[in-house]
Design a protein around this ligand. Sequence first.
Ligand code: KIV
Ligand code: ZN
Length: 509
Amino acid sequence: MKGMTNKNQKTIQIFDTTLRDGEQTPGVSLTTDDKIEIANQLSKLGVDIIEAGFPSSSEGERKVVKDIAKLGLTSKICALSRATKKDIDAALDCNVDLIHVFIPTSEVQMKYAVNLTPEQVMKSAVESIEYVKDHGVKCEFSPMDATRSEIGFLKKICMAAQNSGANSINIPDTVGIMIPKTTAKLIEDIKSVVTVPISIHCHDDFGMAVANSLAAVEAGASQIHVSVNGLGERAGNASLEEAVTALHVIYKYKTNINTRLLYSTSRMVSSLTGISVQVNKAIVGENAFSHESGIHTRGVTEKPLTFEPISPELVGRTRKLVAGKLAGTRGIKAELEEIGIHPNETQLSEIVKRVKELGDKGKTVTDADLIALTSAVMGEVIGEEKIVDLCDMAVVTGIKVIPTASVRLTLDGKEHIAAETGVGPVDAVLKAIQKLTSNLEKIRLSEYRLEAITGGSNAVAEVIIKVEDEKGNIFSARAAREDIVMASVEAMINGINKCLLKNRKGIKK
Ligand code: KIV
Ligand code: ZN
């Protein structure tokens, strides 16, 4: 990282396509409300341009783009359009700030995707850009599949786009076949024939979308197309959070992004799209700021720089020390101290021994396991700190009965009762618990897994859950019982207690 300083502190424009290319992620379909919620968040996050959708694709899409354009957000709103009058009219009807006109320029796509000759493509591009500009709206032009286009034709169409009034030219690596070296060379080539700002739109088919976007910036592109969590067609687009963090931390460039909102934005998009983020994904993955091995936990507690190239706070995260078979005494001690548990030397070495034993058996040691085994080693000390405790519960289910649960809990020692219905007894009982505990803090169930069911109908069921507080901190917990409903209740209460305990002590996860 040393030496990667940038004296000019260039500001890179962030063009977000979560609501357009991101929505093309197989399996993703967002409602109008979802899109408006995401648009609001993207604007808060500080993206310069939001590509809100493709108005000509359906009436519903046109309405959403219109609604987003009406929100009066700080971000500029863009609509995608093919190079046809009909498409552009649909985009113009949405009152957007910018229209993104695209047409294929590679031989294979001109012939097989749109069945046009290069001359027809050139004519449509020029006429479309002029049409947008005649309506007083800004225009970004994309020669689709630019990276597989014949370079002479590509340069010619970019020059023609500039002459027709395009405000910027975006270079799509539509099928993600570039590497940083070829990307940089292509951007230099295009920059040698046009003077308007150059943008890049990279797909991640070879896992190089972010690296290629950064290479384009190094070569002189002033804007990158990105999407939250890297959503998009096939393997997706360049991930906003990765590209932006690299621009800030490695390149020392500026963007208008408030990096502290990166994690909460990622969580929101993941929950609304239903596409979960892989645990080891950079910046926003659950493990991105977790440390397990003894040498790592010791290092980061002594000096974060040892194993943290990015400060977790910069991207809205907190550090997590994980107990596991590689964990060291120091890491486990620090993790327990975070939640206000202070074992003595003998107790600590016994806790470490048990954690390692569990790890050696191939078991993932969750925070709940650590608390449970610490509790066992230290007696009832931790139990006394329970904020939420179960007194009683009952569930009813059947063919003609709506599954219903009633729950009696103590919250800070006071008894409360609630009843809820659900799609099944587990859903009903977990809803009833959340209803009661929302009096203390809004904590929602973000993941539920049933595992390790072996044998007959009296087999032990293991429930693993994750709960999430309002700040996006996630706490995992588990419980194992022969009764699935009871295991679910125990796991949920464990998770809620962990979350409340940590938040009350004012200590970050
Ligand atoms: O990947 C691509 O080429 C696109 C265009 C519409 C710019 O998404
Ligand atoms: Zn794309």
